[in-house]
Design a protein around this ligand. Structure first.
Ligand SMILES: Cc1cc2nc3c(=O)[nH]c(=O)nc-3n(C[C@H](O)[C@H](O)[C@H](O)COP(=O)(O)O)c2cc1C
Length: 331
């Protein structure tokens, strides 16, 4: 069974890899992931706020006179709450490259088209084989249009592509009015791959303390469905590689992601819950399923359940929507 795949120009033995998370924080865990057969490894993100504030020295000397700016700054974690500072992040890339033979994908996370982007070059110099760019942003200003937000995201990709020669993946949100158009624009801007999707961590309300409390629930396989839909829609419509991120917990989940069109399958929650060795379980589950169902290669399965040959994917989606609603009968 040939499970090889190409993602971000990297020839990989199979598509399964840990996604951006604390899983690459310790070399010991990285070694365990390599032993479990990880195809590559994605580091946690380095944030724009870390880079710009460190540069401006503001994290250390917060003599801020503008009150609203002072309040905004107070929302961000303090420097010692980040696992890696900017320099330490690059050292971690180099340490991982030295310790294991896995391709390393560094992650940059920011939302403005400004100076922090040049840090991408440092990640490349530190040995990153590719970058994953995440522009997590919740638009709250009623005067800011969707077009403006999209334009900024596209400009960031262009700027990062200019700063590096290694391939760049863009991890996107599922909340654009037209995900397909956004995907197309990002590809035009130079994105070599798209990672579907970012997960939005919604704070809960502590009604006693009158506080918004951050909540981090790990995923389950039901979250994969949103990814499957968009992988299936985008496959064949964009040339950029596609990666699934969100809701992959089993070998069968990985098979579905590939059938929908993924060249790479990222896993985080499952590995955080049950340990790095689960990666091997997922890869073996995927491989056994393909063998049992007489596939000769992963490539044969890739995109087989996509909508690339559908004359009108929107009509398909709408038809499906109506059929699902009609399937429920009140007893
Ligand atoms: C503890 C934790 C830390 C994460 N850190 C990052 C990060 O730094 N950058 C990023 O792009 N995604 C981050 N993610 C999101 C994951 O990469 C992934 O997209 C998400 O967990 C969905 O995949 P899953 O269902 O396999 O968990 C994090 C997720 C978790 C649970």
């Amino acid at each position: 069974m040939d499970t090889t795949t190409t993602y971000l120009g990297l020839r990989l033995p199979h598509p399964v890899m840990p996604g951006a998370s604390p899983l690459a924080d310790s070399i010991d865990t990285v070694r365990r992931l390599e032993d479990a057969g990880a195809a590559a490894i994605v580091l946690r993100s380095l944030f724009e706020e870390q880079i710009t504030r460190e540069r401006e020295g503001m994290l250390h000397h917060m003599e801020v006179h503008d009150e609203s700016y002072a309040e905004a700054i107070s929302y961000f974690p303090k420097p010692d709450e980040f696992v890696f500072g900017t320099e330490e992040y690059c050292r971690q890339i180099a340490r991982i490259k030295e310790a294991v033979h896995l391709p390393v994908i560094a992650s940059l996370n920011g939302y403005t088209n400004s100076g922090w982007i040049s840090y991408a070059a440092k990640m490349q110099q530190a040995g990153a084989d590719a970058l994953e760019l995440n522009s997590y942003y919740v638009a709250t200003d009623p005067k800011q249009t969707g077009t403006e937000i999209e334009a900024t995201a596209v400009e960031i990709v262009k700027a990062v592509k200019q700063a590096v020669t290694i391939p760049v993946a863009v991890k996107i949100s599922p909340f654009f009015s037209s995900v397909a158009h956004m995907a197309h624009q990002l590809e035009e801007a130079g994105a070599d791959a798209l990672v579907l999707f970012n997960r939005f961590y919604q704070p809960d309300i502590d009604v006693e303390a009158l506080e918004a409390v951050p909540s981090l629930h790990l995923s389950d396989s039901s979250e994969l469905l949103l990814r499957l839909r968009w992988l299936a829609i985008l496959f064949g419509q964009v040339k950029a590689g596609l990666a699934a991120s969100g809701g992959v917990h089993t070998g069968l989940d990985a098979v579905k992601a590939v059938m929908a069109g993924a060249s790479a399958v990222q896993v985080v929650s499952r590995l955080l819950q049950d340990g790095p060795q689960q990666l091997k379980v997922i890869v073996e589950g995927m491989r056994s399923w393909l063998v049992e169902h007489e596939y000769e290669s992963l490539e044969q399965a890739r995109g087989s359940m996509s909508l690339r040959n559908s004359p009108d994917p929107s009509a398909f989606e709408r038809g499906n929507y109506m059929r699902v609603l009609r399937s429920w009968r009140v007893a």
